[in-house]
Write a protein that binds this ligand. Sequence first.
Ligand SMILES: Cc1cc2nc3c(=O)[nH]c(=O)nc-3n(C[C@H](O)[C@H](O)[C@H](O)COP(=O)(O)OP(=O)(O)OC[C@H]3O[C@@H](n4cnc5c(N)ncnc54)[C@H](O)[C@@H]3O)c2cc1C
Length: 311
Amino acid sequence: MGIGSEWYRKTLLTITGMAMVEKLSTSYGKRLAGRFIAGGELSEAMDATVRLQRQGIMATLDHLGEGIRRLDEAEGYRDRYLELLDGISARKLSCGVSLKPTQMGLALDEAACYENIREVVKRARRSGTFVCIDMENTPYTEATIRMARRLHKEGLTNAGTVLQAYLRRTGDDASLLLGEKVTVRLVKGAYKEPAEAAFQKKAEVLESFKRLIAQHFEHGAYTVIASHDDEIIQWVKRYAESHAIPKTAFEFQMLYGLREKEQARLAEDGYRIRCYIPYGSMWYPYFTRRLAEKPANLLLVLRHMSLRPMK
Ligand SMILES: Cc1cc2nc3c(=O)[nH]c(=O)nc-3n(C[C@H](O)[C@H](O)[C@H](O)COP(=O)(O)OP(=O)(O)OC[C@H]3O[C@@H](n4cnc5c(N)ncnc54)[C@H](O)[C@@H]3O)c2cc1C
């Protein structure tokens, strides 16, 4: 994220936010997004899970969707997650699930959103499945943390959330959640945020990320590091080795379709590695965040498009 790459990220997020660009892209079809998404159907995501598990890579499944406009849509997504959990039990898969708070209605009604998520977490508990409440942009940070803590207080400890290293507030949030033993996934952060809320420079984000990881290790918490960044991955390996932290005390996470060779290599080297597998028809916002992260991802998509026949 030097000046050039930060400019790229912001410009791409702005362009892809335009309605006309969204319409053009979605009508171009899922071929465009196929590089990063397991498929439109649950069965395709489950097949991907089994394929990865054969390579020693764990999975978390995400039924794509966010920013819904009516509460009945949120209930629909909740029901899709209940089906997903029943599918996980039926196929005896050992994997997690991830969901978005705005998909469950957070922008409309926090109480209704909480009830939707709670129902999913309760169903997940039956099969010992962990539910990660993804973190979205800053209007939802406070409420997302509040909901994760409330679930824990109710004894639903198979739920956790995400903390973003780019946010200035995250050190305090991490202390709070560590104190309450809420499991979190640590990430850099994927949204466009103002300088008052978020570090803008790559070096600051990296420093904050490393500080958070160290804070989790020092606390003895199971530490989840979601990043494709070699600097972070190598730093974690060195830190764990020099502090005699066993490989079972932490896991790496990466997104479906990214750094596949590195995912396999980490598994071969005995590290815990989990792949985040998105599926479903609402792929556009997820897809644009991936393109914004890295110009090379745009090239990956273009190459993928030229290799696969149009459906
Ligand atoms: C499992 C998972 C879950 C996530 N959940 C959330 C969430 O809930 N909320 C949220 O805001 N964000 C989430 N994110 C996204 C995250 O915040 C970042 O936007 C995203 O991961 C990009 O940052 P990065 O650390 O992966 O590295 P980047 O900043 O994308 O890459 C930095 C460097 O990594 C190396 N690198 C990256 N890709 C490659 C490659 N293909 N080949 C070789 N080197 C490469 C390069 O050195 C590159 O310069 C999630 C990410 C993951 C992996």
